[in-house]
Design a binder for this molecule. Structure first.
Ligand code: FE
Ligand code: FE
Ligand code: ZN
Length: 279
């Protein structure tokens, strides 16, 4: 099964979001676990969640994916910043679990000058505080582009974080086509080698979500600016190769391209048209 969806707002509730998604042939979706700037989380409407659950079953809708707010920094050396990240993760994982969300994507963090190794350890320490026996939403570490002091822009770094987490089985990975390319992984001209490397170091079993974005910037640029599908450095062929790759199965493919629902609708049609029949 190929799940395709987009990053959307659920400010009008889960049920409405699932309905809107299905209208444009999406069968997965991503949304912020709370306000992207990290402020208060909205109280849950259990009736809405129940209705959304029923609708998802009816429509054969795939997994729900949440994205942690951008402002939290799991790798921070500042105690208050790190602690805030921990509290947000704990609270949101609990809320998301109640809402039937499968995955929560989080950026591994920024080491802000302390070095990659420090950042890796600090991120793992944070996850070790957050994850418990009861946690049933999988945390997906997003592979980054390597902007500034971002941690987690190589497969090795992601693997190192995972290995330091006690509940390793509750940690997966979310890749992002734009980030991969800008971090130096040539998914345009060498997709098979990149995927083989990923499989060797991390393993496709951990890949649960894949952000599908074209890139405004070239290979290895260490920049992070998303472009609409086909309008950037990656081009349509790259997405055709990814969609039809045998390892891409039961992965939530999520658009995070510029624009609103009308753009997503066009891009999802385009992506679906690229999938070969035997997939
Ligand atoms: Fe992200
Ligand atoms: Fe992303
Ligand atoms: Zn990005």
């Amino acid at each position: 099964m190929v799940y395709i969806g987009a990053h959307i707002s659920i400010s009008e509730g889960y049920e409405k979001a699932v309905k809107q998604a299905a209208d444009i042939e999406r069968n997965t979706m991503q949304f912020f676990s709370r306000n992207p700037r990290g402020s208060s989380a909205k109280a849950l409407n259990f009736n809405d969640i129940k209705r959304a659950e029923n609708l998802r079953k009816e429509l054969n809708f795939g997994p729900l994916v949440a994205h942690a707010p951008y402002v939290i920094n799991l790798a921070s050396h500042k105690e208050n910043v790190w602690h805030f990240a921990k509290v947000v993760m704990e609270e949101d994982l609990e809320r998301l679990s109640t809402a039937g969300v499968s995955y929560m994507v989080v950026h591994p963090g920024n080491h802000v000058g302390k070095g990659i190794e420090y950042g890796i350890q600090r991120t793992a320490d944070c996850l070790n505080e957050v994850l418990t026996e009861e946690t049933d939403v999988m945390v997906l570490l997003e592979g980054m582009a390597g902007v500034g002091t971002e941690v987690g822009y190589t497969f090795e770094q992601l693997k190192e974080i995972i290995e330091k987490v006690d509940y390793e089985e509750k940690v997966g990975v979310c890749l992002d086509t734009c980030h991969l390319y800008c971090a130096g992984y040539d998914i345009r001209d060498n997709l098979n080698d990149v995927f083989e490397e990923f499989d060797e170091i991390i393993g496709f079993g951990r890949l649960k979500a894949f952000h599908i974005n074209d890139s405004k910037n070239p290979l290895g640029s260490r920049k992070d600016r998303h472009e609409n599908i086909g309008d950037g450095e990656l081009g349509i062929k790259t997405f055709e190769n990814i969609l039809n790759h045998p390892k891409i199965i039961d992965v939530s493919l999520i658009l995070e391209t510029p624009g609103k629902v009308d753009v997503y609708e066009k891009e999802i049609k385009l992506l679906r048209s690229l999938i070969k029949e035997n997939k």
